[in-house]
Ligand binder design. Sequence first.
Ligand SMILES: O=C(O)[C@H]1O[C@H](OP(=O)(O)OP(=O)(O)OC[C@H]2O[C@@H](n3ccc(=O)[nH]c3=O)[C@H](O)[C@@H]2O)[C@H](O)[C@@H](O)[C@H]1O
Length: 428
Amino acid sequence: MSTTPPSTPGKFKPEKSPPYFYSYNRPLRSYPSFTKLTLYCLLFIFLVFFIYRVSQPSRAGRRNSLPGGRYWEKKVLKSATPKAEPGITVLVTGAAGFVGTHVSLALKRRGDGVLGLDNFNKYYATSLKRARQQILERSGVFIVEGDINDTELLKKLFETVFITHVMHLAAQAGVRYAMQNPRSYVDSNIAGFVNLLEVCKSVNPQPVIVWASSSSVYGLNSKVPFSEKDRTDQPASLYAATKKAGEAIAHTYNHIYGLSITGLRFFTVYGPWGRPDMAYFFFTKNIMKGKEIGIFETADRKSVARDFTYIDDIVKGCLAALDTAKKSTGSGGKKRGEAQFRLYNLGNTSPVPVAKLVSILEKVLKVKAKKKVLPLPRNGDVEFTHANISLAQRDLGYKPTVDLETGIKKFVRWYLSYHSSSRKKTSS
Ligand SMILES: O=C(O)[C@H]1O[C@H](OP(=O)(O)OP(=O)(O)OC[C@H]2O[C@@H](n3ccc(=O)[nH]c3=O)[C@H](O)[C@@H]2O)[C@H](O)[C@@H](O)[C@H]1O
């Protein structure tokens, strides 16, 4: 907004007639001058007030966390400054997402500087993302509202604070939704990732990058358990294909620019503050409402199975990946030596059939589900996943400890309290 003087400066030209303070003997002439002075005074006061308002962020601006101004910068710096030196400062993309929230909280809790970035898209209820944002704010994590495709914004973040690490979790998630909105997968998981890497490769010093790939890259691979050495050239969904593309893109940026990059293949992550588009979440909702749920089974009539991994285990894996990462080697957009490139499975190593997930939910919720067995639709789902985690165990000390029943109990406890408090809020 402009703070330039009024566009009609002619109005301020002195009058040809003597100014009002000489004209006490001509009262009729003095009245219009006096009125003008009052008007100018009012205009001046209005202008001063206007400039003051423009320089202060509005309440809505604060809420939206839009970049710009001293207030924004102060918030960014406060959030991103580690508690003690030497600490790391992590830019967490997708910070209002499920994994992003948990990782940001864990980093902040141990004293790291954390800066969140999230575009609060409408893939699922933004109210849940806003609720996560509130939790983060209370813990001192500020989320900048913006998109990973916004180059200028990313540059501004790197200019404002010294970001040592990027935890890249912003993505278009969901396997089945890719049939409905393929474009969003390309925009976030490919274009957005490339944009982020472009900015990261140019800053000096370059940050370390840890990012979320997916178990879905194993696609139609039937060799179990899935090892990082197994083939990943048969994706079954566009989501999987974009994550696989991300792995190839990451390799390119590591190879050309010396960025240190670690990809983590998450296996069906679940837990409190989870994603409503995932089966364990909407099964809970539908069982509670007495609605039917569809349980997919394979052509040979076996229940599909997933290596469900509890969020706390995933968070430990993410932090270990950040802590064990070596520095990037490039500077000024040029590689100065070989940089680290890693890829790890983060799973639970104990696949559970979806039918078993449902019986755990029934037990924990104490409600019988209305089940319908359906053939596995051909919309991106794979029949099973099973992680071999020996590499992550060796390099990251990764050791999942939460079994599905324990994790589901924690999820259900959160689900019930979250929904009862949201109901209270809407009814009050
Ligand atoms: O590991 C990953 O990389 C991915 O994990 C997750 O995908 P999935 O493992 O497919 O989880 P999710 O949809 O919860 O389905 C769970 C099971 O329920 C079955 N399923 C599903 C729906 C239904 O109506 N019935 C059913 O049986 C279904 O066939 C499946 O067997 C993330 O969503 C994804 O973003 C990505 O991160």
